[in-house]
Design a protein around this ligand. Structure first.
Ligand code: ADP
Length: 498
């Protein structure tokens, strides 16, 4: 079978040796319907195992468990320092089981096992460690009110930062474990309870993470994991007893979340799509900018919401630079995630393969030219050749729409003023890159670009402490850093007559 290939360790093998149940109220349960769904290895297309197929009824059960845990359970009385210790322990347990997590991520998602361990697992653990520290540092303010219309009165006021309550969290398949950490760690640090709905393509590491929460000693119902499809996510987003919904995924589904949340006006945060500009000036250090700009759209096989897929290159160096990027891309080692030498794995699913190749066909038919790549790679597994497109123009779908595969459109420009306008000509505003050795120009352009993250002389620079989120249709709110604590708390003002 798929799992017997290459190097899957015993622990990961054991984990997928039977049907996976989901975590509700501290128990591992089957779905109410009794149904399951298969999860596949994208390197081979073969089934890994079956997973409980959760639906609206399971979401109901999980929300009820999260509500009980929030209102009446021991969680409601847990002190910040106890929360800190529990969350820290999850980070430690993740590191202790890094190989098992990395192998499961590699077979379920397709990413390289080396990247999964060195980036995904390491970062997820860091996010838990980072937010463990926040649990004890959530503070309100004291305010001295004047109330001038009641002469002689004396008042004292303060604010409390309180948890929002029961949080629904819906995550995508591109960074299954990291996305779970983005969502769970700040929510728990702030004292909320959670129902997490992982993506149907990649449910395995969220389920293993669920085991760590039990092992770490979290009370029952604080973290619930319901595996299922979009209908389970829709039920969570619409649920009247959910106080907040956090979603990462496509802009299209993000709009459905907003709509579904209307019933009880639950709080909504969204991290959505992008078509991010990466701007290379002729005065950049090209030896650094070429690999940096290639990795901007190659990392995670292009399946990154921040992928730098509109590559703006100053016309004087356009040919030399795009040739360099194409050469870098053509040498990337393509293979299954479990091969430690792999740099570019398969896309996550047949659906994504079809989507990306149809963008390529359309782009080439529209007149774009591929300096390298341009089609599916091989004939088994969901692989796509890394593709550099030139001779593109504004109207093409490959320039305007999020492809979510290893495809970049390179566009020449001649002036600083013009390139910011072109970079901002997108419905999205998630991220941007700027490459130049002129620091004033770098900061000027950074200010002009409408994006939530700007990277200067680097790309994909992330850290648990740096806020992340989108301008325009790339989202609402910021995750990571102190700002995620704002997302998961609400302010109560208390005013005392002295
Ligand atoms: P992608 O385009 O990256 O596959 P999607 O936006 O389709 O991402 O899905 C991201 C997550 O949203 C997944 O967990 C998926 O099951 C869930 N989802 C899909 N449709 C809906 C919906 N209508 N309501 C809520 N969640 C949904």
């Amino acid at each position: 079978t798929a799992v017997a290939d290459l190097t899957v360790g015993q622990q990961a093998r054991d984990f997928v040796s039977g049907t996976k149940n989901m975590l509700i109220g501290g128990h591992w349960v089957t779905s109410a319907s009794g149904r399951t769904f298969p999860t596949f290895d994208p390197a081979t297309g073969e089934k890994i195992t079956d997973v409980a197929h959760g639906g609206a009824e399971d979401i109901d059960r999980a929300v009820a468990a999260a509500r009980r845990a929030f209102e009446d359970g021991p969680w409601a009385r847990t002190t910040p320092s106890e929360r800190q210790r529990l969350i820290w322990r999850v980070g430690d347990l993740l590191l202790a089981r890094a190989e098992q997590f990395a192998q499961l991520e590699a077979i379920d998602n397709g990413k390289s096992v080396a990247v999964a361990q060195g980036v995904d697992v390491a970062w997820a653990a860091d996010i838990f460690h980072y937010y463990a520290g926040w649990a004890t540092k959530i503070e309100g303010r004291t305010i001295t009110p004047s109330v001038p219309w009641i002469p002689g009165s004396q008042w004292h006021a303060y604010t409390l930062r309180e948890p929002v309550g029961v949080c629904g969290q819906i995550i995508p398949w591109n960074f299954p474990l990291v996305m779970a950490a983005f969502k769970l760690a700040p929510a728990l640090a702030a004292g909320n309870t959670v129902v997490l709905k992982p993506a149907e393509q990649t449910p395995l590491t969220a389920l293993l993470l669920g085991e760590l929460f039990c092992e770490a000693g979290f009370p029952d119902g604080v973290v619930n994991v319901v595996t299922g499809f979009g209908d389970a996510g829709a039920a969570l987003a619409a649920h009247d007893d959910v106080d907040k919904i956090a979603f990462t995924g496509s802009t299209e589904v993000g709009k459905k979340i907003v709509d579904a949340a209307k019933g009880n006006l639950k709080k909504v945060s969204l991290e959505l799509g992008g078509k991010s500009p990466n701007v290379v000036f002729a005065d950049a250090d090209l030896d650094a900018a070429i690999p940096g700009s290639a990795n901007a759209w190659l990392f995670n096989h292009g399946q990154c919401c921040v992928a730098g897929t509109r590559l703006f290159v100053e016309d004087r160096v356009f040919d030399e630079f795009t040739q360099g990027v194409a050469e870098f891309a053509s040498k990337v080692k393509i293979g299954p995630g479990l091969d430690p030498a792999t740099q570019l794995g398969p896309l996550v699913s047949q659906e994504q393969l079809d989507r990306v190749t149809s963008y390529l066909t359309q782009g080439l038919a529209d007149g774009a030219r591929a300096l390298t790549g341009g089609k599916r790679y091989g004939d088994s597994g969901f692989y796509v050749e890394p593709t550099v497109l030139v001779d593109v123009h504004d109207g093409m779908s490959v320039v305007r729409e999020e492809i979510f595969g290893p495809v970049v459109a390179a566009i020449p420009f001649s002036a600083e003023e013009g390139v910011s306008i072109a970079a901002n000509d997108s419905e999205y505003g998630l991220a941007a890159g700027i490459w130049t050795q002129d620091i004033s120009k770098a900061h000027r352009v950074a200010k002009q670009i409408k994006a939530g993250s700007v990277w200067i002389n680097c790309y994909n620079g992330f850290d648990s402490a740096i806020p992340f989120g989108g301008y325009k249709q790339s989202g609402w709110g910021r995750e990571l850093g102190a700002e995620a604590i704002d997302l998961y708390t609400q302010t109560k003002a208390v005013n005392v007559a002295l």
